[in-house]
Design a protein around this ligand. Structure first.
Ligand code: HEM
Ligand SMILES: *[C@@H]1O[C@H](CO)[C@@H](O)[C@H](O)[C@H]1NC(C)=O
Ligand SMILES: CC(=O)N[C@H]1CO[C@H](CO)[C@@H](O)[C@@H]1O
Length: 325
């Protein structure tokens, strides 16, 4: 080999191995905390027996965590000054039960394996578990994430998709997180669970366009139902099920709804109205198995976004506070 090629290969090898870039692995805690998954599952099941809100709240928490600074539990950090990620306006709807679920699971894990398992990994396991416990697909969770050292409300704006996004913007923001169009469509299927406040879609009912108050892509009967549930100037705490038929079950009804003009947000319905994504929506609506497979693989890829490994970050003792604080 010519010397410069040798040098080049050497540098590449060094970059791959020498930078401390560790990989996630399903067996990461095999020797340090072999029962971590069953400890987390038990904590989730117990919380779930108290309130079904846990399911959607935990899944959404994982998504928001990963899109802001990567999957590093930065969303969990609380500060008396109310200036961390969870205090950003975008979080308003992050139900407190999601945070509580992760804190409970962390306490249970700490009791058996103190100082070993990251909050980021507990959140990733918990997100998988709530999907399974509500009827969705199971999958193997990769582990070995470290907890982040940055959590600032000011760094949230622009990192999360909005309910008024079109397909191009959705594809762009998921693309920034190494997720494909297919991943994005599959992950949107999480809206088969949970609730939304009226303010997030009221524009589609009352002020879509100057001469066209109701978004024409809304099924007219669905629009009527939504106006009934969300009259103008409704109490801001009122919520409606994002999948009006089975809001507590993880199934493909979300995609059937889209085909029938029953997507709650513009960002939901556009997946069917845009010809680029429509074939996938139709496929998921007709075949729940295909949706489940795509969702499981997209969740694994979501769980890789911006992860810290090796000796980056820390293993937080308390998920809501940096160790140094
Ligand atoms: C595709 C872009 C997305 C947009 C624009 C979006 C937007 C929203 C909005 C506006 C809400 C309602 C918040 C409220 O007012 O209460 C919501 C709820 C929710 N989202 Fe998304 N989301 C997206 C993707 C995702 C993904 C990828 C996941 C998870 C994998 C997810 C999981 C959830 C869940 C479970 C809820 C219900 C929360 C609850 O009931 O507590 N979303 N989303
Ligand atoms: C996306 O993937 C590239 C290549 O593997 C990686 O360098 C980058 O950090 C990833 N970005 C995120 C946000 O995970
Ligand atoms: C659950 C949670 O932490 N919600 C906070 C979101 O941010 C607002 C301020 O923008 C706080 O008032 C909420 O307590």
């Amino acid at each position: 080999m010519e010397w410069w090629r040798c040098l080049f290969v050497g540098i590449v090898l060094l970059m791959a191995t020498g930078s401390g870039e560790a990989q996630l692995s399903p067996n990461f805690y095999q020797s340090s905390c072999p029962n971590v998954e069953s400890i987390v599952r038990q904590a989730i099941q117990q919380k779930l027996s108290q309130t079904s809100v846990t399911v959607a709240a935990t899944l959404r928490l994982f998504f928001h965590d990963c899109f802001i600074e990567g999957c590093d539990a930065s969303i969990m950090v609380a500060s008396p000054k109310h200036d961390t990620e969870r205090d950003a306006p975008d979080n308003l709807s992050l139900a407190g039960d999601g945070f509580d679920t992760i804190e409970k699971a962390k306490e249970a894990v700490e009791a058996q394996c103190p100082g070993v398992v990251s909050c980021a990994d507990i959140l990733a396991i918990a997100a998988r578990d709530v999907v399974v416990l509500s009827g969705g697909p199971s999958f193997i969770v990769e582990l070995g994430r470290r907890d982040g050292l940055i959590s600032q409300a000011g760094r949230v704006p622009g990192k999360l998709p909005g309910p008024d996004f079109d397909l191009k913007l959705l594809a762009w923001i998921f693309g920034k997180n190494n997720l494909t169009l297919l991943d994005m469509i599959a992950l949107s299927g999480a809206h088969t669970l949970g609730f939304s406040h009226c303010s997030r879609f009221a524009k589609r009912l009352y002020s879509f366009a100057p001469s066209l108050p109701v978004d024409p892509s809304l099924n007219p009967r669905y629009a009527q139902q939504l106006m009934h549930a969300c009259p103008q100037n409704v109490d801001p705490n009122i919520v409606v099920g994002m999948d009006p038929f089975t809001p507590n079950t993880f199934d493909n009804v979300y995609f059937k709804n889209l085909v029938n003009g029953r997507g709650l947000f513009t960002s939901d319905e556009v997946l069917f109205t845009n010809p680029l994504s429509r074939p996938v929506v139709s496929n998921f609506a007709a075949n729940q198995g295909n949706f489940f497979k795509a969702f499981a693989s997209a969740m694994v890829r979501l769980g890789r976004v911006g992860v810290k490994t090796g000796n980056e970050g820390e293993i937080r003792r308390d998920c809501t506070a940096f160790n140094g604080s």
